[in-house]
Design a protein around this ligand. Sequence first.
Ligand SMILES: [Ca+2]
Ligand SMILES: [Ca+2]
Length: 247
Amino acid sequence: MFLFTGGCGGYIEPSAGTTGTIQSKNYGTGNYDPYTNCIWIFQAPTEHQVQLTIDFVGETFEGACADYIEIKDGTASSDSVLDEFCGTFSGHVVTSTARWMYFRFKTDAINATSGLNARYTAVFAGAVINNISTPLQNCRTHEFECSNRRCMARSYLCDGFNDCGCDANCDEDDCNGLGIEKFTRIGFSAGIGAGMFLILCILIYFTDRYSKRKALLKQQMEEEKERRGKRGKRDDKKTAAKVAWHD
Ligand SMILES: [Ca+2]
Ligand SMILES: [Ca+2]
């Protein structure tokens, strides 16, 4: 039986007697992409190891790896290095110590070549390997589980960077193509909303102040009118009294 796994990164369970293939983008028809970060996690059946046979052409620059393969002896980037290489390899065989393998294809910003073609299978090793290396962990409730079974903080979702190391059902998938722009747009909208709210508050403040001032003036005018009315009545009584005395 033969399986082909396309795309960038994923979770694969190889089995004995079955061979599958993973490839970098455009393998056989062109060059891989810049800024590639593809991570495959393999889990073989109990008492089996993961085995890869790798064909690879990756860019080197001044004797150092620019685009490279990194293989860890477990499921996490923190596990011990099993193999790491760039340049040209054909039929390069790598076997995990235990049931798990972390496989990463990473490239820089410029210059690409034909890339990666690797065949995977599971080989029987016996019970001796079962408790070696890091078993696959379940993600915690506050984490996002990538399709390659890596666990990622939810703050890494849709931030424009491929943190999971895969493209389908991963942290930058289903973001409506917005990435960082989405947050810029949200920030811009929030800024406009806050500005409009501030203007509304200022308008309410001055309208309320004007209404109170108008009511106070009206009250003062009525009080003054009332005072003048009382004073006028007193003056009329005095005048009437003077007239009576002269008479
Ligand atoms: Ca490159
Ligand atoms: Ca991300």
